[in-house]
Design a protein around this ligand. Sequence first.
Ligand code: PGA
Length: 255
Amino acid sequence: MKPEMRRTVIAGNWKMNFTPKEAKKFIKEVAPLVAGKDNCDIVFCAPYVTIDAAMKAAKGTNIHIGAENVHFEDHGAFTGEVSARMLKEIGVEYVIVGHSERRQYFAETDTTVNLRTKAALAAGMKVILCLGEVKEQRLSGITDEVVGMQTKLDLAGISEEDLKNVIIAYEPVWAIGTGLTATPEQAEETCGVIRKVLAGMYGKKVAETVTIQYGGSMNDKNAAELLAKPNVDGGLIGGASLVAEKFAAIVNAAQ
Ligand code: PGA
């Protein structure tokens, strides 16, 4: 079981899936399946145009809605980007920052991830900060160094007070969307490494309060074992977050 000071968070990352209509239908389907499951926070992060419909559908339920990214400037000439102020105004509570698909396909770096994190926190949102090693790094035995460096760079300049609104998602890149899952032992070990790095930055007591999720092909079959690990405080779920029964089974596994 998790220490009481840490909240388990089960978050879906819809990625580039679900139109507003599809999201509405999905929320109606999933909401009764997760109703009353209060041992974890339940979040779905949606494409920008789908957020409003998802929030309306989730009203009065225990489901929270988030965005999948945020820009670091408040406004200006940044075609195609959306600011924290815009998200906040429509009531967005959570935002994913630094997802490996953003880093891989859209050239985001630890520097921009850090700036985006700061902007979201300044606007009063909760950040799901993603980090993790690629396959070659794991095979070379440098996973701990990679996640340690990302943790330090992505959280640089973020205060202990702001850290309360940061959830870290450890997502080994080789496990995302591949059907390959880190073993519960690997997930535990690397989430533990991240917590140690946090302890070095903020002190052990603070590090113990940070929610660290595992992400990467988490599903209804493997969730219970992963979530049973002491340093794994939830999941960030892609593929399985698009199927109501599978997502609900993961939420159940967290109870
Ligand atoms: P996956 O995605 O569950 O489909 O592997 C996880 C993620 O990208 O957050």
